[in-house]
Design a protein around this ligand. Structure first.
Ligand code: GTP
Ligand code: MG
Length: 494
């Protein structure tokens, strides 16, 4: 199961305690997630979180946790941004949202049941508290006064407070706020077309439907839905007392080894198809690369612990400083936040880079994190990525020149089989008059993003000791050779 949480820097003046439109946008994004990932059987969400339950037998990405949690967060973020306008036509999306996510492995169907009961209880408790809190604040109390009034109050007391002070019967508030939303696929008859006599032709389709239920972990609700108990199992009895500590046992977190350089590498998911559908130029689409670079610059501005990034094609590697304590080094959170922030920026900025191209479907990226214990090994890693850029770019340049000159793809592949760098350069020069080394650096070298040396503020001619935030630079330099690192020792603080 993957749980995701919205990690918005600033909310867009959402209504308090609940913004129905914002919740609907969360729900609509979740429905898209269910359509995209067939192994997700059930989803439950409220406020800024959503839990997605994969079927027990899922073999999705060989059950690799980092792939799955990053992909779901990334896709969710992409859809959230893409749909924003539909839900908030009058409000501009000012900041790229990011989502942190984690995998909770449920050892048995009982644990799943307990987990769902716990989340719905949380929904209920939070909503009741927030409803009281915001009513008190709106009625003129300060934040601390409102907190004081609610301190240690029980459920019943909160209901009374709402009724007596504000004439609100809690039970009559919208189900969407009190119970959260659940989502699963149901078999529905759908009209696919009409026959020649105008009669509807129906087909049985599995479609994601929303349901509000007072008790999603109750046997009454669960055991009535074949699509739930078939793939996830029956609930045998209703849950008595909810024990969050028991469920927390299943939420263990992997941490990145302390004092090592952690690299988060993201990679476009099925970008072969994405670049075809969006008619990217071959082998390199300069605008697409510039969009990737712009997203990487945004990542460095957002996450101050990331000191360096290197990107090529549909991938980007982000290097966190050794001492980073971002999300207490919890790898799931780091991977999902970086990947989803990158993705939402990609969707947000698409129009700037492709003003005449519609984004046909939301892209997604997967992420992973690897720790490198020494400076030299880290530089070896980065050099490996740049070598890869070089090899791929040289091959692709030759390949697409051959194809454009009339050869089939198979002929071009055969032609290039076993050729060395020198032979490829000769081919380009002899047959096509292209000097490989004069091709744009962005294609040959990939892109590096880093902060310029931090400036020190000078006030009235005196060094004040205050550090100014270093500006983020983009370059297409050679990072294999050591001179780049020797010239910029501050980047890795070495
Ligand atoms: P997965 O990452 O395994 O999901 O598959 P993928 O299709 O994304 O392939 P991979 O990451 O191995 O390679 C990236 C692919 O993106 C390339 O093979 C290209 O098809 C495509 N791509 C990346 N950059 C460009 C570009 O500038 N122009 C074009 N035309 N295609 C690009
Ligand atoms: Mg890819």
């Amino acid at each position: 199961m993957v749980v995701i949480f919205l990690d918005f820097v600033k909310l867009h003046e959402f209504e308090k305690p609940n913004d129905e439109t914002a919740l609907s946008l969360m729900n609509s994004s979740s429905a898209a997630v269910l359509e995209e990932f067939p192994d997700i059987i059930f989803a439950y969400g409220y406020s800024d979180e959503y839990s997605f339950v994969f079927k027990k037998t899922s073999r999705f990405y060989q059950r690799r946790a980092s792939k799955i949690l990053s992909l779901v967060a990334s896709f969710f973020a992409a859809v959230y941004v893409a749909k924003w306008k539909e839900f908030f036509p009058q409000k501009k999306l000012e900041y790229a949202p990011s989502f942190t996510s984690k995998v909770v492995s449920c050892a048995s169907v009982e644990v799943l049941q307990a987990y769902l009961a716990w989340r719905q209880l949380d929904c209920h408790a939070n909503n009741q508290y927030d409803t009281c809190f915001w009513m008190l604040v709106k009625s003129g109390k300060s934040i601390s006064e409102a907190q004081e009034v609610l301190k240690d109050t029980q459920k019943q007391q909160k209901n009374e407070l709402l009724f007596q002070n504000f004439g609100i019967n809690y039970k009559t508030l919208p189900e969407l706020f009190r119970q959260g939303s659940c989502l699963f696929k149901k078999k529905v008859d759908e009209t696919v077309k009409h026959d020649e006599n105008g009669n509807p032709v129906k087909r049985l389709r599995r479609k994601a439907v929303f349901v509000h239920s007072e008790n999603i972990s109750g046997i009454n609700f669960w055991n009535e839905q074949p699509s739930l108990y078939n793939d996830l199992g029956h609930f045998t009895k209703d849950i008595g007392k909810i024990e969050p500590d028991f469920i927390r046992l299943f939420q263990f977190e992997n941490k990145l080894l302390p004092l090592t350089w952690a690299v988060v590498r993201i990679d476009g998911c099925h970008f072969h198809r994405f670049s075809d559908v969006h008619e990217f130029e071959k082998p390199n689409d300069e605008q697409a690369l510039k969009l990737m670079n712009s997203c990487a610059v945004a990542v460095l501005k957002e996450f101050e612990n990331i000191h360096f990034a290197y990107g090529v094609s549909d991938e980007y590697s982000f290097v966190l400083k050794k001492e980073s304590e971002l999300y207490k080094r919890q790898s799931s959170k780091i991977i999902s936040a970086v990947t989803s922030f990158f993705t939402s920026t990609y969707v947000l900025q698409w129009g700037e880079f492709f003003p005449h191209k519609e984004l046909k479907y939301p892209p997604s990226f997967d992420g992973r994190a690897v720790c490198y214990p020494t400076y030299n090994i880290l530089l070896d890693y980065l050099a490996w990525r740049q070598v890869d850029c070089h090899i791929n770019n040289q091959y692709n340049t030759c390949f697409w020149m051959l194809v454009k000159s009339g050869k089939t793809k198979t002929q071009s592949q055969d032609y290039l089989k076993g050729t060395q760098t020198r032979e490829k350069n000769e081919l380009l020069s002899r047959q096509f008059g292209i000097e490989y080394n004069s091709l744009p650096q962005i294609f040959r070298m990939g892109s590096s993003v880093f902060r310029l040396k931090e400036a020190v503020a000078v006030e009235n001619g005196v060094v004040s000791g205050k550090k100014l935030e270093g500006e983020v630079a983009l370059d297409h330099c050679n990072i294999i050779e050591r001179c780049f690192w020797e010239e910029h020792p501050h980047i890795l603080n070495y």
